[in-house]
Ligand binder design. Structure first.
Ligand SMILES: [Zn+2]
Ligand SMILES: [Zn+2]
Length: 338
């Protein structure tokens, strides 16, 4: 049996339509794995980093780590899932469970971490296999297509939220307002109802601005403009290194900036030590744990969160990625696969 899948076969420029459509054999699940028939797969900025070589994938690879689908076959040792279950797969495809990171609840830092759609095949395909312990049942009130972005943007967003240690009443700045931060915005509003949220966009009036206005952000500013307020915590999802020193300028004493980006496209320019003096800190988010994914799905279900999505067919994955790079998508892009 064959399936359609999009492949990254070489490192190159996104503008050269690098993803190639192929017909390949449907993978067979091993004893601990399930075979999933994919219904939707979210499109993430990390795929651009893979294609352009900032986060090297295995070659060739089927990208995609925001996978929603249905279990159609399972290995004989699988206990936690049954045929027909609707499940999600996120960036974490495997962690060893034995190293010091795994043992201390930081499986996101596992020495043998395997990333879905980068180190192993992902969901830009009609079918994929995954260990059943790394697939999550999706709460009933969520739809397939709007759950896809929750699995990465929402899950890594949850991790960024958690690491930023926001307390109710604090002012929080969000740099970049795409797939992840527009979900984080909802977590902050729900969990910290007295907090004020400041959204920084690339250009006032752009898609991110419109989305922030629609959601009711307290302030919206253009990044790198002079502003007259300060904030306690910040989450930066931009690919621009220079945002970090800029964000530090307006950060209150003892505040943190959490950088939720797998790679920055430009370096962080040198800055004076005084920007981090008075116990200001900058911390990155790496990968996700299964707990982050489960928490993101729970929050999406109870708040509820219905991310803004633009749907593309699988064959148009190149176009979807280019639209993200060019800032043409409001919210998240999702591939409809079956
Ligand atoms: Zn992602
Ligand atoms: Zn480990």
């Amino acid at each position: 049996m064959k399936m359609k899948a999009m492949f990254i076969e070489r490192i190159g420029k996104l503008e050269e339509n690098p993803l190639i459509l192929r017909e390949v054999d449907i993978p067979k699940p091993t004893e601990n794995e399930v075979l999933i028939k994919v219904s939707y797969c979210g499109v993430c900025h990390t795929e651009i980093d893979e294609i352009e070589g900032r986060r090297m994938p295995k070659i060739p690879v089927i990208p995609g780590h925001e996978v929603v689908g249905y279990v159609v076959e399972k290995g004989n040792k699988v206990k936690n899932l049954k045929i027909g279950d609707r499940v999600g797969v996120a960036w974490i495809k495997h962690a060893c469970g034995k190293c010091r990171y795994c043992k201390s609840g930081e499986e996101n830092l596992c020495n043998d971490f395997i990333a879905t759609g980068a180190d192993a095949d992902g969901g830009y395909a009609e079918y994929m296999v995954v260990e059943s312990e790394f697939a999550y049942k999706i709460p009933e009130n969520l739809k397939d297509e709007t759950t896809a972005p929750i699995l990465c943007a929402g899950a890594v967003g949850f991790r960024a939220y958690k690491l930023s240690e926001i307390k109710d009443g604090e002012t929080v700045a969000l740099f970049g307002f795409g797939a992840s931060n527009h979900i984080v915005y909802r977590y902050i509003r729900y969990l910290n109802p007295s907090s004020k949220i400041v959204v920084f966009v690339k250009k006032l009036g752009d898609n991110a601005t419109k989305l922030a206005e629609e959601l009711g952000a307290d302030y919206i500013f253009e990044t790198f403009s002079e502003i007259s307020i300060t904030y306690d915590k910040a989450i930066d999802t931009t690919p621009v290194g220079e945002v970090i020193p800029y964000a530090l300028k307006y950060l209150n004493k003892g505040g943190h900036i959490v950088v939720n980006a797998i790679r920055k496209e430009t370096p962080i320019n040198a800055f004076d030590y005084t920007l981090i003096w008075e116990e200001r800190s900058v911390k990155s988010v790496a990968n996700v744990t299964r707990d982050d994914v489960i928490n993101a799905l729970k929050l999406a279900s109870v708040i509820p969160i219905i991310p803004k999505v633009t749907i593309f067919p699988l064959e148009d994955a190149n176009k979807a990625l280019l639209s993200i790079k060019q800032g043409k998508i409001q919210g998240a892009a999702v591939l409809k696969i079956s």
